[in-house]
Design a protein around this ligand. Structure first.
Ligand code: GTP
Ligand code: SPV
Ligand code: MN
Length: 592
């Protein structure tokens, strides 16, 4: 059944026999090997249209753009159905769900069995990272969803290019994905880091189904990174160019739906643009970081596209994202307008009526939400107007500063600088944020989300903190680590800081600190800018507001430390002693 097409594309016997084995399990009507060509894109688009999996948008206004509506029970990551399957349960730690590998293969195998009858099986070879980069990894995803293939085309370097990179090697992540019947009761996202394998069944949603992204680049990636001496992080990467033309690259870890895409594409506010500042996007969600021979940490973006949150993306908040999604973009769970364009909450000039994300007639006047809060766009990174000339550099870019941050209505000031790598690791390890619509479950509940990796770390998080500490010992010139919070609110729950492009002001202070300048005040938690240290040229914000944004309240921090302990207690013996001693030192500073 496989013969003709496979032989043309690859002679890799490891790959060919694995695909044959999976086809025997899933029993598709046909196996299609994807080469990544333009002709293939056209053909698959037509097939997807024919089964109403996607809807053609206005090709004059939005060439190459299509809309997909998910099954309403399948619109976000399902963390309770996501498992790490290692021989020993303690290796996944207290923050991951565990399943015994044989049990997982048996259980999911039962669901996969015969599940592709009447459908085609697509084989997608892909690279995470720039082609020919020694930092890149090859994966091969099998799927029965054309929507998934079309997304993978945008999000990864796929097809022939990946087979060329793989050659005859057996070193690739085996990614099996099937929609089965999209039944949430038969949905499992299982990772087998010890086998370099991922099996995902019963969902066609982004992070559950585009297996190169969270599953490979973060869960399997973090596991491989620990073995091989690098880091896989839920971080954006951006370059900040000063008026002299010098560029500092920084990375930032914020939990899902907490502003990575927006920060990665921000436009300098007028006051700073006039002075000559520019921002360059390298990546918006994931960074792979390695110690370089020069003692610095170097980062690549393993992805080739953006799977961004649509809701909230507007002319005012993120004009670069809007320019990026003018063409060749897939939209998921947004409003379809009368003239076959798209809209979502937070996008200016709403239409009076349209079809909502569930496919039902919708009017603006109804006050109902038209787009799902986790609606998304999938767009090629190369279309971003501020994409960095370095974004595909196989060596990556050197990182000067790293930022941790989340949604905190209180406690965390706008920015503070940690004292060193070890203290920064502690600050990342104790990050907290209010939950969002990116995953199913309650929204707005504060939870610990270390390094924004809580749902994405492929092994015991205690060991992960240890890995951070060990990387710090290997780099002579570590980036400075900061913590930011764009989401502090007033007594009415209104955001105090204007955010978006204005965030550049805060990053510039951090870069001044990297360069040994920038005025700072010592506080128990770290160094905070003095009231006049942040460049506010052209921004109208009161002195009182700034003072409150930068305030460090001792009583709030003492309570924060108590709540950190509840999280630490889960790790029992596996929390590095350095993390505990950093917390003790902070407690002592707060008491002084
Ligand atoms: P994932 O793709 O889920 O990982 O999300 P992300 O971290 O890339 O978040 P994104 O940039 O898409 O922003 C998520 C939401 O936060 C959107 O609704 C934004 O409008 C909002 N947001 C982003 N940056 C800011 C900010 O600086 N201030 C405020 N108040 N909201 C922001
Ligand atoms: C996230 O939830 O952090 C995302 C979207 O970036 S997903 O690909 O679904 O994980
Ligand atoms: Mn993300």
């Amino acid at each position: 059944m496989l013969k003709t097409e496979e032989q043309k594309l690859t002679t890799n016997s490891h790959l060919v026999s694995w695909v044959r084995e999976m086809a025997e399990l899933c029993r598709p009507d046909a196996v299609v090997w994807c080469d990544g060509s333009e002709a293939e894109r056209k053909r698959l688009t037509q097939e997807s249209l024919a089964i109403s999996e996607i809807i053609e948008l206005n090709q004059e206004k939005m060439p190459g753009c299509y809309l997909h509506r998910s099954n309403p029970n399948d619109v976000a990551r399902t963390e309770h159905l996501t498992f790490i399957c290692t021989q020993k349960k303690e290796d996944v730690g207290p923050t991951n769900n565990w399943m015994e590998p044989r049990e997982a293969y048996r259980k999911l195998g039962g669901i996969f069995s015969g599940s592709m009858r009447g459908r085609k099986m697509y084989v997608i070879p892909f690279i995470m990272g720039p082609a020919r980069s020694s930092s890149s990894k090859v994966g091969v995803q099998i799927t029965d969803s054309i929507y998934v293939v079309l997304n993978m085309r945008i999000m990864t370097r796929m097809g022939k290019i990946a087979l060329d990179q793989l050659g005859q090697s057996n070193d690739f992540t085996r990614c099996l994905h099937g929609k089965a019947d999209l039944d949430i009761n038969r949905r499992f996202i299982c990772h087998f880091p010890e086998d370099n394998t991922i099996w995902s069944v019963g969902s066609a949603y982004g992070g559950n189904a585009l297996l190169g992204k969270k599953c490979l680049a973060l869960r399997i990636g973090s596991f491989l990174g620990r073995r091989q001496g690098w880091m896989a992080e839920h971080m954006l990467i951006l370059g900040i160019q000063n008026p002299k033309g010098e560029i500092h690259y920084v990375s930032a870890a914020f939990p899902s739906q907490c502003g990575k895409t927006n920060l990665a594409m921000m436009i300098p506010p007028q006051g700073l643009a006039a002075k000559g500042y520019k921002v360059w996007t390298v990546g918006d969600d994931i960074a792979w970081l390695r110690p370089g021979p020069d003692g610095r940490l170097w980062a690549i973006n393993p992805e080739a596209g953006f799977f961004g949150v649509a809701v909230g993306t507007g002319q005012k908040s993120n004009p670069n994202a809007l320019k990026t999604i003018q063409k060749n973009t897939l939209f998921t769970n947004v409003v379809l307008t009368k003239d076959k364009t798209v809209w979502w909450e937070g996008f200016e000039n709403p239409p009076a009526e349209g079809i909502d994300w569930k496919g039902k007639p919708w009017t603006l006047a109804s006050g109902e939400k038209g787009a799902h809060p986790n609606s998304r766009f999938t767009a090629p990174a190369s279309q971003c107007p501020c994409i960095s000339p370095e974004w595909e550099n196989p060596k990556g870019v050197p990182i000067s500063a790293m930022f941790f941050g989340g949604r905190r209505a209180k406690v965390a000031p706008l920015i503070y600088e940690t004292l060193n790598w070890q203290h920064g690791t502690y600050v990342g390890a104790t990050m907290a944020s209010e939950t969002t619509a990116a995953a199913t479950g309650a929204v707005g509940v504060v939870r610990r989300d270390p390094m924004a990796m809580l749902p994405f770390c492929g092994y015991n998080m205690g060991d992960y903190f240890g890995h951070w500490l060990s990387i710090g010992k290997k780099i002579a010139k570590p980036p400075k680590i900061f913590h930011v919070n764009w989401f502090k609110t007033d007594s009415q729950g209104k955001f105090l800081w204007p955010g978006f492009g204005e965030n550049l002001r805060v990053l510039l202070w951090a870069i001044e600190r990297v360069e040994g300048a920038g005025k700072a005040k010592q506080t128990p938690i770290g160094n905070v800018p003095t009231a006049d240290a942040i460049d506010l040229t052209g921004l109208d914000i009161s002195k009182e507001k700034m003072e409150y944004l930068l305030e460090v309240d001792r009583a709030e921090w003492e309570a924060e430390l108590d709540s950190q302990n509840e999280f630490f207690d889960k790790f029992a013996g596996r929390l590095p002693k350095e993390i505990i001693s950093e917390q003790e030192a902070l407690r002592a500073r707060l008491k002084k």
